[in-house]
Ligand binder design. Structure first.
Ligand code: PLP
Length: 676
């Protein structure tokens, strides 16, 4: 079962809201503008939901409009305010400014920029700084308030859960002519807002952040606040927001708002804080050194934002996902790594915390049993990482290590070659950024380092590692042990190759050529002495090819067509398995993910193999060396890593390298590849 802890992104639809939405579609499907009975029944749903929203938000006066979501509410509020500001300030000698909190959701600053330009205002837009706790700098706001025409502040932050000091903001705005927009998205159903008792002019909300369907939201407009419709048309919502109402959404939202008061659907603030404390303790137990990025006392009880030293957000997301716990990166996650959080950067947190932040959030209707199970799985995530030599104290027993491993960072490859029999290893082309990881990897496996080699002139990282890892000296250029003809590592032997100014190292296995570490040298420089299919392992790999060969290089320079599509969909997989006996299905997730996740149960037409991206280059010769080559189908969590692996193997000449499109997330029930 999935444990969904990403409620600040969206929530599932509550059962009564689902029922109400369905009922609205099946029975009360009328157009609320129609004056016949079917229309009147729909109108009653609209009216009742609006009344419930007024009661929940403390908005007995002013307008309460149904919109598609917070983004539309923000556009409407900003357009309304800026249009009034344009009229008010047409003759002003000093143009006013527009203010928004530095940690606002993107929808707010982007709307300000958009409408400011579109209305030809060109007003200065300034971010209200926040302190280390994520709270607005009220002194700064007080100083700017006389000049401000519009102030936008969120009630609670979506990344950190930090609750704004709305009373303090209101006090700082005293005497200011500014209109005030409050983004109440994350506050809805979690804290009282009492809109009408404050000077708030506009407040926006999204139903899907509180168990209602997507596509429905609310916009509150204080009585007398300027208003310009964003949508003109049939005159619905009293002419303020045209377009036939989203009846399923309104009915669903109404059911959620009704449930807020039923005394059993939602938990009290104290209960939610108790859940958060249990999750926080589980996180601290699982990940030594973990830090929370916002003080719990100032946050919604449903959000935890944390960073773990040495563990990137991307890695943590992968491990949580493998355990079936859905959390999100502190900020948007790109294809290969999480982008640093701008919210945490605005709070002045160190770069590593901004780049490795993870957000865990649950809804106010969460079940205690789910929290309990989440705690258990979080602890299992910590244990899985420890068992892989990551995350804290050394494992009691040395981890197994044999073969070739690639560590990759910012386009640089470092190669680690280990031999289980002799307990020795060799490091090739370490970088400063990877030095700690290499040292940790070596220590967790209890290996003795025979050499730290460079293909380029000697680097500081290599010198440092040689010292910290106690590599026996003396050494020649590039770190080669002085006087040694070769370096023996069990079945494997390393030899030096002279390549003008740079160095290369040939790896032989069972007395046959296996690979060459070529550093940054062009493969063409190797000349005819090298077999065209020997793997060439580069020190730089910006295109994520893992390895190349002379043959692959020649066919690329002869204008071979780009790698064709490697993605297989369900029908494609079934057809492939039908055509070829003994296809390989390869899990390219890291070992800690494989340890946690359900292993796919494969039917007997396929052979299963685990080969994470870091060990892929070591497996290439096996897949390429079969005659005839058997299909190799890679899979991972999302389909991104497996696509990289399949493209790399295709480029090396394997015609049947494939990637399962969409990854495991899309494949749980496929007969060919089931979660067992
Ligand atoms: N404001 C906040 C604080 C949010 O968290 C979000 C959504 O993540 C939005 C605005 C935008 O809401 P929607 O995408 O539902 O319009």
């Amino acid at each position: 079962m999935d444990i969904y802890l990403d409620a600040n992104a969206t929530t599932p639809v509550l059962a009564p809201a689902r029922a109400a939405a369905l009922h609205a579609m099946q029975e009360h499907y009328g157009n609320p503008s129609s004056i016949h009975g079917t229309g009147l029944r729909a109108r009653a749903i609209v009216d009742r939901t609006r009344e419930l929203a007024r009661a929940t938000l403390g908005a007995s006066t002013g307008r309460m409009l149904f919109v598609s979501g917070a983004t539309e509410g923000i556009q409407t509020a900003v357009l309304s305010a800026l249009r009034a500001i344009r009229e008010r300030h047409a003759t002003a000698s000093r143009p006013p400014c527009l203010l928004h909190g530095a940690t606002e959701h993107k929808a707010v600053p982007e709307a300000l920029r958009h409408w400011n330009a579109l209305l030809g205002l060109d007003l200065e837009v300034l971010a209200i700084p926040v302190d280390r706790d994520g709270r607005h700098d009220l002194d700064w706001l007080r100083r700017q308030a006389p000049r401000a025409a519009l102030v936008c502040t969120m009630a609670a932050n979506n990344e950190t859960g930090v609750v704004s000091d709305l009373d303090g903001i209101e006090a700082a705005l005293q005497g200011s002519p500014a209109l005030w927009l409050v983004d109440g998205v994350q506050a809805l159903g979690k804290m009282a807002l009492d809109l009408a008792s404050r000077r708030i002019d506009y407040a926006c909300f999204s139903g899907h952040k509180l168990y209602a369907p997507k596509g429905i939201g609310l916009l509150y407009v204080r009585e007398g606040a300027p208003f310009t419709p964003l949508m003109a048309g049939g005159g619905q919502e009293g002419g303020l927001r045209s377009g036939t109402e989203n009846m399923a959404g309104i009915a669903g939202l109404g059911a959620v708002l009704a449930a807020l008061d039923d005394g059993h659907s939602f938990r009290s603030a104290a209960t939610l804080a108790g859940y958060r404390d249990r999750l926080a303790t589980a996180l601290q137990d699982a990940f030594p050194g973990l830090v929370f990025n916002a003080p719990p006392a100032l946050c919604l009880p449903t959000t935890l934002n944390f960073s773990v030293p040495g563990l990137e957000a991307r890695l943590l997301l992968d491990v949580f996902d493998a355990a079936g716990v859905r959390v999100s990166g502190g900020s948007a996650c790109g294809a290969s790594r999480a982008l640093p959080s701008e919210v945490l950067a605005a709070m002045g947190l160190p770069t590593w915390r901004c780049a490795s932040a993870v957000r865990l959030s649950f809804g106010p209707a969460e079940e205690e049993a789910v929290v309990e199970q989440a705690c258990e799985r979080i602890r299992a995530c910590g244990a899985a990482l420890r068992a892989s030599g990551l995350n804290g104290p050394q494992p009691r027993q040395a981890l197994p290590a044999d073969g070739l491993l690639r560590l990759h960072e910012d386009g640089a490859n470092c190669w680690l070659l280990a031999d289980a029999g002799s307990g020795r290893c060799v490091v090739v082309d370490p970088t400063t950024g990877l030095a700690d990881r290499i040292a940790q990897w070596v220590a967790a496996r209890g290996l003795q380092v025979a050499a730290v080699l460079c293909t380029t002139p000697e680097t500081p990282a290599a010198r440092l590692l040689r010292q910290t890892l106690g590599v026996p000296g003396p050494v020649e250029a590039g770190g080669w042990p002085r006087g040694a003809e070769s370096l023996a590592l069990g079945r494997r032997t390393l030899l030096r190759l002279a390549l003008d100014a740079t160095r290369a190292y040939a790896l032989r296995q069972d007395d046959r050529p296996r690979a060459i570490f070529i550093g940054t040298a062009s493969p063409a420089r190797l000349g005819g002495a090298v077999d065209p299919d020997t793997l060439l392992l580069p020190a730089r790999d910006d295109a994520d090819r893992f390895a190349t060969t002379l043959r692959a290089e020649r066919s690329a320079s002869a204008g071979a067509p780009a790698t064709p599509g490697v993605e297989l969909d369900p029908a494609g997989l079934a057809a492939l398995l039908g055509r070829f006996a003994g296809a390989m299905v390869v899990d390219v997730r890291e070992s800690y993910e494989q340890r946690l996740g359900a292993r796919p149960a494969l039917d007997d037409r396929v052979q299963f193999q685990a080969a994470s991206l870091s060990t892929l280059a070591d497996a290439f010769p096996e897949w390429l060396g079969q005659a005839p080559m058997r299909p190799v189908v890679f899979f991972c969590r999302s389909g991104q890593r497996s696509a990289r692996a399949a493209r790399a193997l295709r480029r090396l000449g394997h015609p049947q390298a494939w990637s399962l499109v969409g990854g495991l997330a899309q494949w749980p029930a496929e007969p060919a590849l089931r979660n067992g």
